[in-house]
Design a protein around this ligand. Structure first.
Ligand SMILES: Nc1ncnc2c1ncn2[C@@H]1O[C@H](COP(=O)(O)OP(=O)(O)OP(=O)(O)O)[C@@H](O)[C@H]1O
Length: 759
């Protein structure tokens, strides 16, 4: 077991922080902790860290090509059937590291009668080509407002065509992760794509038979596989890796009946979801070691506007005027106030996981329920979805603007050691349905909606930045290791290279803070890219594709989850204590207490259903920010004294970073608008010019025709005068000279016609 590296000082963190990253929503109270965390992050956990006494022992030459600086890195398919071996220090060896798997799923065309052709063509099982539809519609156009390349080829771990069945998709993408989780490995799966591309369909599924998504199927497989292997539930997981004694409340089955307030807001929508729960049961069963017992815990969280909420917490209607149980009669108006409290994200104490080298984070106060059947778990998920829909309805009727994550904790213990809490292994399977990745400009958002879209994009942008920095750090180390292996002169010591690594900005968004454990710690990561090629969002989908290409070059460490070896908390500490219940803020100083965010919407309830008149409800959502992280307990071991000047400078840095970020965002918007404006202007001028030339052409054609007619007239006349009979008559009459005069007249009239002016 490796010794935990000593915490870095604040100054070292400061020098490494990059300026071009978006600002962190950190507060004075959390900053000190965050900086110490950040210094630990850049050390890629998957690379062996040499123990101090044997200096050269940890520095091994690169034995495979996974980490080379070659951009065409081979896509290594991990062995899913065998759990990764450990190198004796809690880290996977270099050979065991693997890239993030990225799967592309192409959505079928919703409108089958629509003959629109998709702008994405599948080339092989792993490659697609995307061509800008603008270029197809107007191939001669030289003007493109977009900076995105008109045609590109992208490769994935696998491409799933539109007709892929949900069951097949699950088998190839998610089943290996479920197996990993049951064998003690952490696993993360997230869906990424623009709105309406099929992310929720992929995770949750549809309502028809056979359309269950990867989440209900994962639950089915887990419970099919642990049939007869259920643990006694004596212990429950706490924080990321800790365990504590369970109490009586954990044994009670959770209530999955939605509150009347939820029914009131959702109305008829309440009946739509989960109709497939009973219809669709995946019968796949994994063969497990029957010497182990398992208990499964489920949580459901939502990251919305950079705040984390518990979707399994009850939705509280705190309207003073209306009783929550009273459903308004048709045609009446009502007022409701929904309150929910954001949860803080805290650092996992090192005692929980002495092998972890990164400052892992967990959502403090997130409820977790012990589930014993797949149906029970699905009911809980359904409840969480209803809550998500309630707040989603209040926020945005069209699309889910939050990141939803279902966290399954699997506690595994050998039957022979089931009463030993230090022998329990906890692994996590996290399934994330990310919000749409489209940019604000295209969603015509303003005000609060803009802030919300900014936050969605901020967290996705930070996720992209984290992946980018992880990749570049991994490359730096790989290059150093390969030089070391070749014994090149003038090379940098690997430990010095580690000093130059860039801080990965996980703490710059709530989403990445929560997921950092998978990227920088351990666990297998799968990314599902959803794309709807019939949509007009070519640019957005190009960004999605680039993001996937980046993710595929990041290597993660699929090490088995550590076995909990921390001492159990003693009596009077946290043993048997109920996990913190949500409650209103109690910070006494109103100046430092975070301000609740409130927004009002008017929605129609039961609108025009069965001829009934719609009732209107004014709903106010009160989102109470989380309590600031209590630095007392965890900062006690941080021996860095807090200097007021340093603190003030940190404040200044935060402020400047915020300004920089805002101005960059503004610049990006202005640039996009200017591009659009220039293009529109150009197009309108081109249209004017086209119009002018068309008119001129028409006039010239007219003139030409007139001229030709005149010529023909003249020629006819000339022909008449020039006929042999006439000539003979003229000769006879001695009027030869007058004929010449006549021809001169014709020529003269032609010249007049040609000049078009007349005399
Ligand atoms: N593979 C598929 N087969 C059939 N229908 C699909 C498929 N993927 C998506 N759909 C349908 O497309 C619509 C939009 O899908 P979905 O809600 O999953 O998109 P989304 O990406 O989650 O959007 P948002 O970001 O707004 O939540 C839904 O009606 C869904 O049923």
């Amino acid at each position: 077991m490796s010794e935990k590296p000593k915490m870095a000082t604040r100054s070292s963190a400061r020098t490494k922080t990059t300026a071009n990253t978006p600002p962190a929503p950190t507060t004075r109270a959390t900053r000190a902790k965050a900086t110490t965390t950040a210094t630990k992050v850049p050390t890629p956990p998957s690379l062996p860290v040499p123990p101090p006494p044997k200096k050269a022992a940890g520095r091994k030459p690169l034995i495979n090509c996974e980490n080379t600086d070659d951009t065409a890195l081979p896509s290594k398919q991990p062995s899913k059937s065998t759990p990764a071996r450990r190198n004796g220090k809690g880290n996977a060896t270099d050979a065991e590291r693997e890239p993030i798997m990225a799967y592309l799923r192409i959505r079928p065309n919703a409108n089958e009668d629509d003959e629109a052709s998709p702008y994405l063509t599948q080339l092989t099982d792993t490659a697609v080509r995307m061509s800008d539809p603008q270029d197809h519609q107007n191939p001669s156009s030289r003007f493109r407002s977009s900076t995105v390349s008109p045609s590109s080829t992208y490769t994935f771990s696998h491409v799933f065509p539109p007709n892929t069945k949900q069951g097949d998709f699950f088998l190839k993408t998610t089943l290996p992760l479920v197996r990993d989780a049951l064998e003690g490995q952490n696993a993360l799966l997230f869906t990424y794509g623009v709105t309406n591309s099929g992310k929720t369909y992929t995770v949750q599924g549809g309502s028809s038979a056979g359309s269950a998504g990867i989440l209900p199927r994962s639950l089915d497989v887990i419970f099919n596989s642990i049939e007869g292997l259920h643990g006694n539930g004596k212990y429950r997981p706490v924080r990321l890796y800790g365990v504590e004694l369970a109490d009586a409340s954990d044994l009670k089955p959770p209530s999955t009946v939605p509150e009347p307030a939820v029914a009131q807001v959702l109305g008829s929508q309440m009946n739509n979801p989960a109709s497939s729960i009973d219809l669709d049961v995946d019968t796949t069963t994994l063969k497990l070691d029957r010497n182990y017992e398992y208990t499964i815990w489920l949580s459901y969280a939502e990251v919305y506007n950079e705040k984390v909420y518990d979707l399994l917490d009850s939705v509280r209607n705190e309207s003073p005027r209306v009783k929550p149980s009273v459903i308004p009669r048709s045609g009446t108006a009502t007022n409701m106030v929904f309150t929910r409290t954001a949860l803080p994200v805290k650092s996992s104490p090192s005692s929980d996981n002495s092998e972890s080298e990164v400052g892992s984070k967990y959502i403090s106060g997130l409820r977790q329920f012990r589930v014993e059947t797949a149906a029970q778990a699905k009911e809980l998920v359904r409840l969480g979805q209803l809550h998500r829909r309630v707040f989603g309805t209040l926020a945005n009727k069209e699309s889910s603007r939050s990141h939803g994550m279902v966290i399954l904790k699997i506690m595994r213990c050998h039957r022979g050691e089931k009463n030993d809490p230090t022998a329990i292994q906890i692994s996590r399977l996290t399934l994330v349905d990310l919000a749409g990745s489209e940019r604000t400009k295209h969603t015509h958002t303003t005000g609060d909606r803009l802030k919300e879209a900014g936050n969605i994009n901020n967290s996705l942008m930070v996720l992209g930045q984290c992946l980018q920095i992880l990749r570049s750090n991994q490359r730096k180390i790989a290059v150093s290791l390969s030089q070391e292996g070749e014994g090149k002169a003038g090379r940098m010591d690997t430990r010095d290279v580690k000093q130059t690594l860039t801080i990965v900005p996980f703490r710059h968004s709530r989403l990445t803070e929560i997921l950092m454990d998978y990227f920088a710690g351990d666990g297998r990561v799968v990314m599902i890219v959803n794309v709807n090629p019939y949509d007009t969002g070519y640019d957005e989908n190009s960004h999605v594709m680039k993001f996937a290409a980046l993710a595929r070059e990041v290597y993660v460490n699929p090490t088995p989850a550590p076995i909990q070896r921390a001492p159990m908390p003693g009596p009077g500490k946290t043993t048997g204590k109920i996990i913190k219940q949500l409650g209103p803020m109690t910070l006494s100083d109103p100046d430092i207490a975070p301000k609740p965010f409130s927004r009002k919407v008017t929605i129609s309830i039961d609108g025009n259903k069965n001829g009934r008149k719609a009732s209107e409800a004014t709903l106010e959502v009160l989102e109470v920010p989380e309590e600031e992280e209590d630095i007392g307990e965890e900062e006690e071991d941080d021996d860095v004294p807090i200097n007021p000047l340093v603190d003030a400078l940190f404040d200044e840095i935060e402020y400047l970073r915020l300004q920089l970020y805002e101005s960059e965002m503004r610049c990006a918007f202005v640039e996009a608008e200017v591009r659009d404006e220039v293009m529109r202007e150009m197009e309108s001028r081109m249209a004017d010019m086209e119009d002018m030339y068309t008119r001129r052409l028409a006039r010239e054609i007219e003139q030409h025709e007139a001229k030709t007619d005149a010529k023909l007239d003249m020629l006819q006349r000339v022909g008449h005068y020039g006929s042999p009979i006439k000539k003979r008559q003229l000769q006879r009459s001695g009027k030869e000279s007058s004929e010449e005069e006549e021809e001169d007249d014709v020529e003269l009239s032609l010249v007049r016609e040609e000049s078009g002016s007349g005399w």
